[in-house]
Design a protein around this ligand. Structure first.
Ligand code: G1P
Length: 287
């Protein structure tokens, strides 16, 4: 069965970017002139995803508005003959079939994914975390995972090597290297201390799951931070099905903290053809 559906959990409070995220969802913060979540939706669509369920929470209406038609804006731009701007905003509401559901209480990533059970309906599916942006000149991170899923028919997620002092920010795996960049997973641990961590291979925010993960989520008790962790449900899934971790060799940007957010904007700015020249000159001048 092909991977055609994706979940984007976007219910988090974004406390690391307060006060910017007091009234604006962190997923809507701009990376240049596009909100972060639009890059994620575009990555999913480019990877072949057709239907996306975005898990939101109270106060996140701006995300729904962004992927909806804006009649007033379109009419205004038509009247002013601003075709180039219409070409930018019109395609946003037809990128994919996008649905929304709310997570009513912050019970963790595992719980948020569990809400999508009916939407997924026994199909393999993708999960893309809103804080993580991936860049590679040729490769699409999610597409690489889908290709592995379609060959192996097993759950697979993105991995990256992190400095050992950072392992407590991620899910960490132990596993066996089976191919260049591909690990067969033995176990996972959520945000271990450097002493507890079996490796420095960290789970990044792109996953393909078989629908069996929903049974595992239902059996998962609150773990780290009192939340239902997807990492714990993945550990349970390992008792039934193998799972792979794929080291993505592109760049990953964590837009959910201040320094990460700033680095993302600078690097996206340096890659944006229409401004990169002037921006580079400016950076040289001030450093
Ligand atoms: C989540 C997952 C963690 C993963 C990380 C990747 O943590 O629980 O396993 O490594 O995303 O960004 P969060 O960043 O939501 O605390």
């Amino acid at each position: 069965m092909k991977v055609k559906k994706a979940i984007i959990p976007a219910a988090g409070l974004g406390t690391r970017l307060l006060p910017a995220t007091k009234a604006v969802p962190k997923e809507m913060l701009p990376i240049l002139d596009k909100p972060a979540i639009q890059y994620i939706v575009e990555e999913a669509v480019e990877a072949g995803i057709e239907e996306i369920l975005i898990i939101t929470s109270r106060g996140k209406e701006a995300i729904e508005n962004h992927f909806d038609i804006s009649y007033e804006l379109e009419r205004h731009l038509e009247e002013k003959n601003k075709q180039e701007l219409l070409d930018i905003i019109k395609p946003i509401n037809s990128l994919a079939k996008i649905y929304f559901i709310r997570q009513q209480a912050p019970k963790g990533l595992g719980h948020a994914i569990g809400i999508a059970k009916e939407f997924i309906n026994n199909e393999p599916f993708a999960v893309l975390l809103g804080d993580d942006l991936f860049y590679h000149e040729q490769k699409n991170c999610l597409k690489s995972l889908i290709d592995i899923y379609e060959q192996e028919k097993k759950s697979v997620f993105a991995l990256m090597k992190v400095p050992i002092e950072d392992v407590n920010k991620y899910g960490i795996i132990s596993g066996k290297k089976v191919e260049e960049n591909l690990y067969s997973i033995k176990s996972l641990i959520e945000k271990p201390s450097p002493m507890e961590a079996p490796t420095n291979l960290a789970v990044m925010g792109r996953y393909i799951f078989t629908s069996k993960i929903f049974e595992m989520i239902e059996e998962t008790a609150p773990g780290k931070g009192g939340e239902i962790q997807i990492t714990d449900a993945m550990n349970k899934l390992l008792a039934f099905q193998g799972m792979y971790g794929y080291i993505f060799d592109g760049k990953r940007y964590d837009t959910g903290n201040l320094l990460g957010y700033l680095k993302t904007i600078v690097e996206y700015g340096l890659r944006r053809e229409d401004i990169s020249g002037l921006f580079k000159d400016y950076l040289k001048e001030i450093i």
